[in-house]
Design a protein around this ligand. Sequence first.
Ligand code: DX5
Ligand code: ZN
Length: 231
Amino acid sequence: MSAATRQIKVAPSLLAADLARPGEEVEHVYEAGADMLHIDVMDAHFAPNLSFGPAVVAALDKVCEIPISTHLMVDNPGQFIEPFAEAGSDDILFHVEIGSDQVKLARDIRNLGVRPGIALEMNTPAEAAAPLVGEVGILLVMTVKCRYAGQTFHPQPAAKIPTLRQMFGEEVDIAVDGGVDAANAEMLAAAGANVFVAGKAVFWADDPAGAIRELRSAGEAGLARKSSGLR
Ligand code: DX5
Ligand code: ZN
């Protein structure tokens, strides 16, 4: 694969959905063309918020026709990989900042039949992911603090995307998470990202389907720039 064959994917983030009717919201976005559903799990320790458990993933897995990407913002991800795998997660991502034996964690996730991934907080350098080269299928670059939907995009962390793409090659998905919208998606794709996690940009839009289309076309424009060698 090369930048020219990289696929742009839009992953609406459930945290920004109308949580009085999550099932309808999920059906709405996959009918609107979303590629993955991003579900943020927070334990009120690693991140100062408490969000969704395995029961929510299991309930949404019944109505969700697209892969579920579970973002664990928790101190002890090893405690949660089996319950979220059984609930129907297609990806399980943990944060490199948790320390502990990350290669073992990634392999445990893969042995459960789930694609392992790692997430990097804004100030964590790309090099922190080096031990996981060859062990994960998706990387997540945070461009906001781990806590809420609707925060302002921080461009600085995007500077690590070219290094991550160079380290991990073309086979992995590189996702950006936090304040992603049609205004920054082209730059992110040109830097080497191909998955846009989008909460506010999709779920708070008057026309979520149009928002997904705009994100995708901005990403494809960035890929075109990347493959034609333009900066
Ligand atoms: C923040 C979460 C993000 C967030 C994205 O802790 O990890 O997934 O929900 O939502 P927006 O796109 O609104 O920043
Ligand atoms: Zn997230």
